[in-house]
Design a protein around this ligand. Structure first.
Ligand code: NDP
Length: 495
């Protein structure tokens, strides 16, 4: 196995990572009551101990964000100055992307090449939203209010920053998902408290300093480190104007309820069980590579992973053989090994959750390939494919969040679409066909926030993402993702 030497800067940062929270442009937290151990999933080594924020730290972070929101340094900053700050931040992220990516691979296990592209995609998201700072718009409208003395109406709608935003992110793409929240929130003029996942907080802790270096006034960006309890303290906090959450549907429901309790605005990006439909007329070679990539990249720990493949009966066995070949040719190794195709899963607990699903499925369904974790140190799992006749299994309905694909044959388009839509989730979907009429009918009928035809679902800053049904509320990215951090003021002037 070829290996990569961890840069000295990364090693010296990891040694100091107990100074976790970042509030008012300062690191702190070395007096915490509780600490969390961060484990390298590739070899199970302990990487660092980080503090858990309790109510004192959460209150301090929210107050810092509230003060900064009211402060003229930020509140009255011109849009082009906000734009400059976001561009400067993007430049710093680009300059440091190898360091941030190395920390991400150490704590998360993902391939170093993919970690680098995740960090660079976050920089692109900050640049995309930098451009929006100077392009916020309102509307001039006509209304019919009768005014005394025959006065006329001058009426307009103005978009304003929503206020203090709490952003809670999961461990699978900690840097890019954070950027989907931070970039539009800051572009709109909000202030933010970010809480990364307890499993992968180090890359976010490192990145916090870049906000200060870029020149953001104190309190505009804050970070607290902690677990679900810290998350709950933030999402039930009464001094918060908006919660933006990405994570599981179970936690999303809890957050949705507490947001309603305080009438706090909320966006929820939740889980998925995304279908991929492969018709017999598709470019099957490309489709097989893409379906395999769609479920096995990042160890299947991807909210939009195509975990249910509906394959036309006439090509079912031959296409499955192609998928099997893709799965079995994957090189499972440490994320720093440049020849690796698949790194470890994020944690022992997550690996054991995925293995439980595989064990249950093994009693019910036909295993085509994989199905085992790798012996030795590290949390490695084989790419796994099961087949079934229909949707009547746990694997067809529940999100595994691992490298596990379920393949099911279909007879015709209606059969495929009815099985694809037969899910509590509605996040993403993909269709493979050369027939434009079939493709458009699928686009029309699939109940999902994303539909990709003849390509793998991937994000772009200008392409909104979000789920239907139990996959969430609201959209991120694009113009919609910016307006999610604004509130409308309706103004009437009688003249
Ligand atoms: P979780 O829902 O367990 O956690 C997500 C975040 O919420 C973490 O920061 C977690 O902290 C925090 N949290 C946990 N409990 C609470 C609580 N009671 N109140 C407030 N915050 C809390 O999800 P995972 O991190 O395990 O991520 C995987 C899930 O995320 C999958 O279901 C996946 O589908 C979904 N996801 C959805 C995406 C989308 O765009 N729709 C994108 C990526 C992932 P801690 O980790 O410290 O416990």
């Amino acid at each position: 196995m070829k290996m990569y030497t961890i840069p000295k800067e990364v090693e010296s940062f990891i040694e100091k990572a107990e100074f976790g929270h970042f509030i008012n442009n300062r690191y702190g937290g070395n007096m915490a009551k509780r600490y969390l151990e961060i484990i390298n999933p590739a070899n199970e080594d302990s990487l660092a101990k980080v503090p858990v924020a309790g109510s004192d730290e959460v209150d301090a972070a929210v107050s810092a964000a509230r003060d900064a929101f009211k402060s003229p340094d930020w509140h009255d900053m011109s849009p082009d100055s906000r734009e400059d700050l976001l561009h400067r931040l993007a430049t710093l992220i680009e300059e440091k992307h190898e360091t941030i990516a190395a920390i991400l691979t150490l704590e998360n296990g993902k391939l170093y090449a993919q970690a680098k592209s995740e960090v660079m995609s976050a920089a692109r998201t900050f640049r995309f939203y930098a451009g929006w700072c100077t392009k916020m718009e309102g509307d001039l409208i006509d209304i019919s209010l009768k005014q005394p003395q025959k006065k006329k109406n001058f009426t307009f709608l103005k978009r304003e920053a929503v206020g203090v935003v709490v952003a809670i992110v999961p461990w699978n793409f900690p840097i890019s998902i954070a950027s989907w929240k931070l970039a539009p929130a800051l572009a709109a003029g909000c202030t933010v408290v970010l809480k990364p996942s307890e499993v992968c907080p180090l890359s976010s802790i490192y990145m916090a300093r870049l906000f200060e270096e870029a020149g953001f006034p104190r309190g505009v960006f804050n970070l607290v480190v902690g677990d679900g309890e810290t998350g709950a303290l933030l999402t039930t906090h009464k001094n918060v104007d908006k919660i933006t959450f990405t994570g599981s549907t179970a936690v999303g429901k809890i957050i949705g309820k507490s947001a309603m309790e305080n009438l706090t605005a909320v966006s929820l990006e939740l889980g998925g069980k995304s279908p991929v439909i492969v018709f017999e007329d598709a470019d099957l070679k490309l489709a097989a590579k893409s379906v395999a990539m769609g479920i096995f990249r990042n160890g299947g720990q991807v909210c939009v992973a195509g975990s249910r493949a509906y394959i036309q009966e006439s090509i079912f066995e031959s296409f499955l053989d192609m998928l099997k070949q893709e799965a079995e040719s994957m090189n499972i190794s440490d994320g720093f090994d440049p020849d690796a195709d698949l790194g470890p899963l994020v944690s022992e607990a997550h690996l054991s959750r995925v293995c439980d699903y595989v064990e249950k499925a093994d009693n019910q369904l036909r295993l085509k390939t994989g199905g085992h974790k790798q012996e030795g140190s590290g949390f490695y799992m084989q790419p796994t494919i099961f087949t079934a006749e229909d949707n009547n299994s746990v694997l067809a309905s529940e999100e595994v969040f691992g490298p596990v694909l379920l393949a099911i044959p279909f007879s015709d388009m209606n059969h495929a679409l009815s099985m694809a839509n037969d899910s509590e989730y509605g996040l993403s979907s993909a269709v493979w066909t050369k027939d434009i009429s079939k493709a458009l009918e699928c686009v029309h009928t699939l109940d999902a926030g994303w539909v990709f035809v003849n390509s793998i679902p991937r994000s772009d800053p200008n392409f909104p993402i979000g789920g239907n049904k139990l996959s969430g509320l609201g959209r991120e990215l694009g113009k919609e993702g910016l307006y999610a951090y604004t509130k409308l003021k309706s103004v009437n002037i009688a003249y």
